[in-house]
Design a protein around this ligand. Structure first.
Ligand code: KG4
Ligand code: ZN
Length: 349
């Protein structure tokens, strides 16, 4: 029997618990989402999130163990996200993990949430077979609600941060754009959905912030440009718009598509540039924004290098990626004591 690791993830608004065997085999992946709770506020409310994690924790744990066919006594290791993320949310996951590790008498491994997103690609079936494994270095994009990072992965556990957003994260920009267009939360999937209905006529292309030669990003300009365009076209504010519903929906679809193209274009160009600059063997994607269908399509179409990406369900926050990452940390001898604390701004690389 292989090494069975439980992974707990509560850095934002999902109480997510997975079980992974030997770092590759997904035995369970339970995600208790708080989307319905937060959507009425148009974004995650930290205080609401931390209280909901407490309610969802035990049911998620029971469901995850049940799906994996294992009992607590069958586990070999407990892993947990200890940062970066919302303090009040992280603490529930960490305290649960400590209690479990202590009571079962097994080791505890603390995981960096961003490193977890990278390791989602090591879970079967995200990874190419060993024969096709491109090796290191990998040019990694971690794009989520809180981060847009370009990370050079030189080996297991060896990272160099080479590009990051100077203002909004890509996911945050999607969420704000959706709010401007009167769409639901989270904004990324909504922008993607309505963009599919766009005819691609009549809406000017939105600006792209290239930031000179830098590998850094900036998404606040495109968001402001979208706001101005929405005001000009009487789409924003929605309450006072005099557009016919059909015309309103047509304009929203076109502006959403234009916004999505702008964000995707900049991300793809910078990721490819980074890969070339650092001699990467392949590209690797992780984080909620990399579930975006257009981003995945464009990267596959434009990359001369192999592209490794998890299925969309493993791009957004989950516990399995944390367990997978912990497997590699444990192999290198990393173990954490009961004095492990949360670190809401934990860096990577
Ligand atoms: O990684 P994640 O689940 O949580 C964080 O660590 O933040 O990422 C959540 C973010 C949200 O901003 C959401 O709008 C975005 O990922 N997202 C998407 C898509 N699915 C989720 N953005 C664009 N297209 C999508 N299909
Ligand atoms: Zn995340």
């Amino acid at each position: 029997m292989g090494l069975k690791i439980l992974g707990i993830e509560t850095s934002c608004d999902e109480t997510a618990i997975g079980v992974v065997e030997d770092g590759v085999q997904l035995r369970s992946n339970i995600i208790a989402s708080q989307v319905a709770l937060h959507s009425q506020h148009g974004g995650v409310v930290p205080e609401v999130a931390s209280r909901q994690h407490i309610r969802d924790m035990v049911p998620a744990l029971e469901a995850s163990l049940s799906e994996s066919g294992l009992g607590l006594e069958d586990l070999d290791l407990i892993s947990v996200t200890y940062g970066p993320g919302l303090a009040g949310s992280l603490i529930t996951g960490l305290n649960t993990a400590k209690a479990l590790a202590f009571s079962v008498g097994i080791p505890l491994v603390g995981v960096n949430h961003l490193e977890g997103h990278i390791y989602a690609s090591w879970l079967v079936p995200g990874r190419p077979s060993p024969a096709e494994d491109p090796g290191f270095p990998l040019a990694c994009l971690v794009a989520s609600g809180g981060h847009t990072d370009l990370i050079l992965m030189e080996g297991h556990g060896v990272y160099k941060l080479v590009g990051r957003t100077r203002d909004d994260a890509a996911g945050e920009a999607f969420d704000k754009a959706a709010r401007i267009l009167g769409l639901g939360f989270p904004g990324g999937p909504e922008i993607q959905r309505v963009s599919e209905a766009a005819l691609g006529e009549g809406v000017p292309a939105l600006p792209r912030a290239w930031m000179g030669d830098s590998l850094d990003f900036s998404f606040s300009g495109v968001k402001t440009a979208l706001l101005h365009l929405a005001q000009e076209r009487d789409v924003y504010p929605q309450e006072s718009s005099r557009l016919e519903p059909l015309e309103f929906r047509r304009l929203v679809a076109e502006m959403a598509a234009s916004f999505q193209s702008s964000v995707v274009d900049v991300i793809v160009v910078k990721l490819l540039k980074m890969a070339k600059q650092y001699g990467a063997k392949a590209l690797l994607l992780g984080g909620g924004v990399t579930a975006n269908a257009m981003l995945r399509r464009e990267i596959n179409a434009r990359s001369p290098l192999p592209v490794i990406m998890p299925p969309p369900i493993l791009c957004t926050d989950n516990g399995a990626m944390i367990a997978c990452c912990a497997y590699y940390q444990y192999q290198r001898g990393e173990e954490f004591g009961m004095d492990l604390d949360i670190d809401p701004s934990l860096p990577l690389g």
